[in-house]
Design a protein around this ligand. Structure first.
Ligand SMILES: CSCCC(=O)C(=O)COP(=O)(O)O
Ligand SMILES: [Mg+2]
Length: 224
């Protein structure tokens, strides 16, 4: 295994942190943020209004409540969360086993990448202001839904091409069966993580090495 591509919510980080901390923070500040940053948010609001006619702020608020993984919503959420991280209102939750695993793989020269519905800016904020400190030096790259939907195989093929690895050399970790299936359809190896210990392939990052041993074949720098 030469590279690991990881999802965030439900995989490196708890669903509760996203649903109970991040989403309410953005929801409560959405209207004020848009009013205070008209130039920055105008293209996002236009995209939302094009997708659903009506008041874009009301649409975005409903999309948060519906947990819609819409690219313009994710871009705006990331902008609002930047204020929260900067103010110290919260830090990014990352499971201790994920921190340990990511650090060990990075030390073994396994290339690490993120693919999340959260915007790339939001991903960097979460890992840059994590409970365990700045984890961004561990990652070689970040991908969001501007690359493509997470449930489509073509997105994973695009990521493999972008990072310069054969898809078969990449291990994808996610809590969503449809994402795991899409990655496998693109030729990636993939493991379904179920942090509740139910029906997944693994329940924590501690188990990855037992089922895939990526540390046994660290990436060569020249592979990219
Ligand atoms: C990147 S932090 C915010 C997470 C988020 O908004 C989200 O939708 C996470 O979805 P994921 O694809 O990581 O399960
Ligand atoms: Mg997820």
């Amino acid at each position: 295994m030469k590279a690991i591509l990881t999802d965030i919510e439900g995989t490196t980080s708890s669903i509760a942190f996203v649903a109970e901390v991040l989403f309410p923070y953005a929801r409560a500040r959405l209207a004020d943020y848009v009013a205070a940053h008209p130039a920055e948010t105008a293209p996002i609001l236009a995209e939302v209004a094009f997708s659903e006619p009506g008041d874009p702020v009301a649409t975005l608020t409903r999309w948060i409540d519906e947990d819609r993984k819409a690219t313009p919503l994710k871009a705006l959420q990331g902008m609002i969360w930047a204020d929260g991280y900067a103010a110290g209102a919260f830090t990014g939750h990352v499971y201790a086993d994920a921190v340990e695993g990511l650090r060990a793989w990075h030390a073994a020269e396994v290339k690490l990448y993120v693919f999340s519905s959260g915007s790339v800016a939001a991903q960097k904020l979460l890992f840059g202001h994590s409970d365990a400190g700045d984890l961004t030096p561990l990652f070689a790259g970040y991908f969001d839904t501007t690359t493509g939907p997470k449930r489509e195989a073509a997105s994973y093929a695009k990521i493999a091409a972008a990072i310069g690895f054969e898809a078969s050399a990449v291990l994808f970790l996610s809590d969503t069966p449809e994402e795991v299936a899409a990655a496998r359809a693109a030729g990636m190896d993939a493991l379904l993580i179920d942090r509740a210990g139910g029906g997944g392939d693994i329940a924590s990052f501690d188990e990855v090495n037992a089922v895939r041993s990526p540390l046994a074949s660290p990436a060569k720098a020249g592979a990219q």
